[in-house]
Design a protein around this ligand. Structure first.
Ligand SMILES: Cc1cc2nc3c(=O)[nH]c(=O)nc-3n(C[C@H](O)[C@H](O)[C@H](O)COP(=O)(O)O)c2cc1C
Length: 167
C-alpha cells in the first residue's frame, strides 16, 4: 500500500510523511502520483477538509484502489466529526479516519481566509466570550482560530497505525 496525499498548507503532508516513515511505506503527492503509483494499486489516501469534503478523494478513487481514507481538518477530533465526515465522503469498502491538522492563515490566500473566518466566526465569538473560563483545549483551539497554529502530533496516528497493522 502507498500513501497518496493532497495538501494545501502542509499539515496533511506532515502527517503523510510521518506515517510513511513510521510504517515504512512509500509516500507520494497526488499531483505526482501518475506514473509513480500504478493504476489499481492499493492506496491510503489523505487530504485536507474543505467544507466537509476531503480534497482529492474523487480523483484518488478514480485512479487507485483506495483501501483507507483520512481527512485532515482544523476541528478537534470527535466521534461527531468522524460521523459527519463519513457521511459526506463515502468510499466503498474503505474505513475513514480523521486527524486534526491546523490552520495557516498566512499560507491560505485571502478568499480562503475569508471563507474560514466566516465559518468559524460563531465558534471564535463563543470562545472569546468565555474569557478566562476557557479550558486549556479551548484556549489552544481559540488561539489557532485567531492567529493560526498546528495540532499535528505523531501520537494522533495511533488509530491509523493499528488499522494498518491489523489488515
Ligand atoms: C476553504 C476552506 C474550507 C475548510 N473547511 C474545513 C472543514 O469543513 N472542516 C475542517 O475541520 N477544516 C476545514 N478547513 C481547514 C483545513 O482543512 C485545515 O487547515 C487543514 O489542516 C489543511 O490541511 P493542509 O495544510 O494539508 O492543506 C478549511 C479550510 C479552508 C481554506
Amino acid at each position: 500500500m502507498v500513501i497518496v496525499y493532497r495538501s494545501n498548507t502542509g499539515f496533511t503532508r506532515e502527517y503523510a510523511e510521518m506515517l510513511g516513515k513510521a510504517e515504512h511505506m512509500k509516500v507520494c503527492p497526488l499531483s505526482e502520483a501518475q506514473g509513480k503509483v500504478g493504476p489499481g494499486e492499493s492506496v491510503f489516501f489523505m487530504g485536507p477538509l474543505m467544507a466537509g469534503h476531503i480534497t482529492g478523494i474523487d480523483r484518488a478513487v478514480k485512479q487507485f484502489a483506495v483501501k483507507g481514507v483520512c481527512g485532515v481538518g482544523m476541528s478537534p477530533a470527535s466521534p461527531q466529526v468522524l460521523e459527519t465526515l463519513s457521511k459526506a465522503n463515502y468510499v466503498p469498502d474503505a474505513p475513514i479516519f480523521y486527524l486534526q491538522g491546523g490552520w495557516a492563515p498566512k499560507k491560505a490566500g485571502w478568499l480562503k481566509r475569508r471563507m474560514v473566518n466566516m465559518v468559524t466566526r460563531s465558534t471564535r465569538e463563543a470562545l472569546r466570550d468565555k474569557g478566562s473560563r476557557r479550558t486549556p483545549e479551548e484556549e489552544a483551539q481559540y488561539q489557532m482560530l485567531v492567529g493560526g497554529g498546528s495540532f499535528v502530533a505523531f501520537e494522533n496516528l495511533d488509530t491509523i497505525r493499528e488499522w494498518m497493522k491489523e489488515r
